[in-house]
Ligand binder design. Sequence first.
Ligand code: F6P
Length: 527
Amino acid sequence: MVAWKNLDTLDSYRELAGTKGSVDLARVMSGESGAERVRKYALPMAAGLTYSYAAKCVDDGILEKLAALAKEAQLSEKFEELYNGAVINLTENRRVLHQLTRGQLGGQVMADGVDKRAFYKGEQEKIAAFAKKVHAGEITNENGEKFNTVVQIGIGGSDLGPRAIYLALENWAAANHTLKMQARFISNVDPDDPVGVLHGVDLAHALFIVVSKSGTTLETLTNESFVKDALQKAGLDVSKHMLAVTSETSPMAKNSGYLAAFFMDDYIGGRFSTSSAVGNAVLALAFGPEVFARFLEGMAEEDRLSACTDPLKNPAMLDALISVYERNVLGYPVTALLPYSQALSRFPAHLQQASMESNGKSVNRFGEAVDYCTGEVLFGEPGTNGQHSFYQLLHQGTDVIPLQFIGFRKSQNEEDVEVEGSTSQAKLCANVAAQMVAFACGKEDENPAKRFAGQRPSSIIIGEQLTPEACGALLAHYENKFMFQGFLWNVNSFDQEGVQLGKVLAKRVLAHDTDGALKEYASLFGI
Ligand code: F6P
């Protein structure tokens, strides 16, 4: 029987809280003990990745306490309930089924009279068949010509994940001769967004996918109209260019004006929807369905690891436990995500939503205020670019910000150059290794301005190359980490009521139903 309890009511958490500041990173990461930690504190992940946590403020004693916390908080049992189809999302009275899009961890999940795994697989097959026809020139524009570009129109979860993964694999696909179509994305209701994208697209040969789970998102519906208008003005047949991805119950599902429609459902939260039709349609059109299947395989393999009941052998669970230790015991509110991979340039933006929309809550699952900190602030940029931007604060600022590095031994392309005795890829890798030691160990100096305090924890996920499988494993790792964090904080990670108030007030501004400060602010914009 699973018991949902607040973090601060757990004995193991109270015990953990008594260990504050017990690991001196500068000491343990120096010399041979540092080398030994790097060898010891590493866990295999899916797709040949490794989660290395040697530079975190943990030792065997703290790890033991974290494992006890995982057991008392029943993290594995809660995950098991989730993947077996329990109504985990209490406020919206919904199951949470995104893992079912990439595998079946538990028993058959029946909902609304259907086997949900079969439903998701059915949509994947429909999308694969459609994408193959587009690539083969069997589905064409009004002049019988092949499409060369796919443009996704969506926002939040209907944009960030698919966009991040497209960018992550675009160069890999080009290098592996499987880039079938260019993909572009329109998300912002700022008209400069669609205008900018449409100017760079050959409209006559573009397919547009309108993606909205709810089918009611103002930005997306506005941008759909923007694009339809552009197609009409160009004398093109709108019905030959527009696809839909939505849930079967949304208003968009009733619109017969689309060339094709693919479905997800209410059991998949927007920010967890990359592995559903939301990411599938654009990624299968861009790279081919086989590449999307490989991406899903990486996710499924990582999900299986996340179901491991030993917390010290479960990378997502351990990552979540260490992060809660950092947030709640060491008192660090921010985490930086630093991929040393240009292809992962939008991955931090996607994880911002996945983490902060999931765990930015002040009440527990039952609506009671919690007395401890929850969701971390997440931000990030690829290295080495970030080094020349905000690392000054990370190294010498007054706040300690835990760091999550990601790195690969090989680039996605063969091309490289040797300058001053090393390749670009070697320089990239050397930098990430250097940063981890610099952050942990710091440096003494007579001049205080040149002193590095060290004691700034980091972890790294490291792999051979950013392939579709590695990309899937990375995404599933973080999705599962945020889920485990939510279990520990006892919040509902699957609703997002905090986004509603602003939407309601914006509607009032547009309806000229304002007073006080709202009226004044609106008038500053001439509305
Ligand atoms: O406003 C927040 C949100 O509901 C996100 O949770 C979601 O990812 C995004 O809007 C887009 O929603 P939809 O896919 O329904 O258009």
